[in-house]
Design a protein around this ligand. Sequence first.
Ligand SMILES: C[S@@+](CC[C@H](N)C(=O)[O-])C[C@H]1O[C@@H](n2cnc3c(N)ncnc32)[C@H](O)[C@@H]1O
Length: 258
Amino acid sequence: MSENTETNRAHWNEAASTYNNRFSKTIQQIIEEIQKRREWIGVDWVDDASSDGEESSPPKKAVRLLDYACGTGLVSRALAPYVTQCMGIDLSEGMVNEYNASVQNQGIPASEMRAVLGNLIDASDPNPAALSGPEFHDFDIAVVGLGFHHFDDPALAAQRLAERLKKGGVLMIVDFMPHGHFHGHDGHGHGGHGHEHPAQKTVMHMGFSEEEIKRIFEGADVGGGFDFVLLGKGVVFEDGEKGTKMERNVFMARGSKL
Ligand SMILES: C[S@@+](CC[C@H](N)C(=O)[O-])C[C@H]1O[C@@H](n2cnc3c(N)ncnc32)[C@H](O)[C@@H]1O
């Protein structure tokens, strides 16, 4: 495990139990932004009309989501209405536990939504045994929500995620535009006022340009129909516990596996 990976694991274990409460407004905003763009994402989603449980309904086709670096499950919650299965993977056991506790609290069966501990982007372990089963392959969509800037090697991450997609499957990244400097304080790695915020050391990349992301998608063979959009006028990361605010321009990028 790289030093950065270990730093991330330790930090997010610590932050896991308070993450949902601290960032509840921001989480809700990003969930809505993702849902608004579901046509743009371009997956053949489960038709809501066929999931009403009536006996005459045809069986639902399988639509499977890989929520990578899932944290407490923001992306899964956003897309759960349109897929048949959400699989979260995260390297923090604290986050995995939070994700699974919330699934259980909502009475959702683990066969439909669950998270497991793992790291697909360990350079020394390209194919982790624990993530080798069929349930970890052939996804219709893989998403990384606000995780890309924490990875050692985002290009390697895109490749490893692309390998887990079926042909035509979609990779989607939600992350920050370049921001150049740490400013404000938040749970996403940005200190301020001359002292280091605890999350700052988990940040490996100060955002991404459209060109960089496009290159990463194309390099991973998921550049089909590549598109990149900014979320409105930006997103305010408001820490409801600490009372601090930080603004970021957030993008969503999508491309299909060729
Ligand atoms: C800012 S949180 C985002 C969580 C969630 N996706 C969201 O949007 O709320 C970043 C997450 O990335 C996870 N993470 C960082 N590096 C990772 C890696 N190499 N593999 C898997 N998860 C990783 C952390 O444990 C943490 O849960």
